[in-house]
Design a protein around this ligand. Structure first.
Ligand code: 9Z3
Length: 322
């Protein structure tokens, strides 16, 4: 630093930004057009719906968080920073391989692998990427109720909107469609004296609409659609695209979800949703990956998404260069 005889200036925050030049890449970085780090917000696991204010009973769903936890690992491997927003105690990246572990420090261990598969440990799933592949890039957030989830998603997406197009939203959490608003909740445990129980629930608002239109208008937004009737999958995915105007719906049927999913998107941005592309990703039930381990469909899902996300970022570059 060059020494001078002049008095040191006292900058207020205001005068600092008035007088000092911004870095040349700032505008693009903030708009998400630059080569800045891509960020994936991965939501994972089920949401609960409490039936009482002092909760004794609640509705829940089946999701273990496998899709989200597994995908988060592949996003890290693909170079994304990951915000992992998950249901408390659902599966988490890396430690998911050790189902009964409650040791959070496991996340920071380098796991020795046995490439020949000769040791007694060989039967265990192998950890192929660890957070050290991507130092300091992951954040974990926790929800339990559907109310927690909605508030958290709104807050995080508003914050994340600063990275613009570099943000990818991977909404794999199984979100309840129905809830009991605070005003209708019984304060104390519902009593059984009256015999049968009738509960009328309200519909959870369609959160994707403000997410797309207001909270993070530049994000690349991928939602999941879960069905148990295969005939409904593509029509419902198409209806979601039409209703929310986001980029992609990944459809999965409950019983086939580990082996096939369908990517439903518009053929061209702006084209009518009647003109959708349905692209199936399938893996055989006995598929193995390059290391001879059972293949996980999330590897292919994330590879395909990373490609589409990059193409979309590049497209905005070509439309609004520098
Ligand atoms: C999914 O469809 C996920 O793939 C699964 C993953 C929940 C099936 P697991 O955690 O299961 O691996 O056991 N998530 C989205 C489900 C959802 O709530 N979608 C809403 C809907 O279908 C739209 S956002 O209406």
């Amino acid at each position: 630093m060059a020494a001078t005889d002049s008095e040191p200036s006292l900058f207020s925050a205001w005068s600092y930004f008035q007088t000092q030049p911004p870095p040349p890449t700032l505008e693009d970085d903030v708009a998400g057009r630059g080569p800045g780090r891509k960020v994936a917000l991965v939501t994972s696991g089920g949401t609960t719906v409490p039936l009482e204010l002092n909760v004794v009973r609640f509705l829940d769903n089946f999701s273990a968080g496998t899709r989200g936890a597994t995908s988060a690992e592949y996003f890290l491997k693909a170079g994304y920073a990951v915000i992992f927003m998950h249901r408390q105690f659902s599966l988490q990246p890396f430690s998911r391989h050790y189902s009964h572990s409650t040791n959070p420090f496991l996340d920071f261990l380098e796991i020795e692998t046995d490439p020949e598969g000769t040791s007694a440990d060989a039967a265990r799933p192998k950890i192929t990427a660890t957070p050290s592949d991507n130092p300091a890039c992951s954040t974990t957030l926790t929800f339990v109720t559907v109310n927690d989830y909605l508030w958290l998603l709104r807050a995080v997406s508003q914050e994340l909107s600063v990275v613009g197009r570099n943000a990818l939203y991977y909404l794999a959490a199984a979100v309840s469609d129905f809830f009991l608003p605070r005003q209708k909740l019984s304060e104390h445990k519902i009593q059984s004296g009256k015999g049968s129980l009738l509960i009328e629930m309200d519909q959870v608002p369609k959160i994707l609409k403000p997410l797309v239109d207001e909270w993070t208008p530049d994000g690349f937004i991928v939602s999941f659609k879960l069905e148990t009737d295969p005939a409904l999958l593509i029509p419902k995915a198409r209806a979601a695209l039409e209703r929310y105007g986001h980029h992609l719906v990944i459809g999965n049927n409950l019983n086939q979800r580990k082996h096939e999913v369908v990517f439903v998107s518009r053929r061209n941005r702006g084209s009518a949703v009647s003109d959708v592309d349905a692209h199936w990703l399938r893996i055989p039930t006995d598929a193995v990956d390059a290391r001879g381990q059972p293949k996980e469909i999330e590897e292919d899902i994330v590879a395909e998404l990373a490609k589409r996300h990059q193409a979309w970022i590049d497209q905005s570059w070509s439309q609004h260069p520098g």
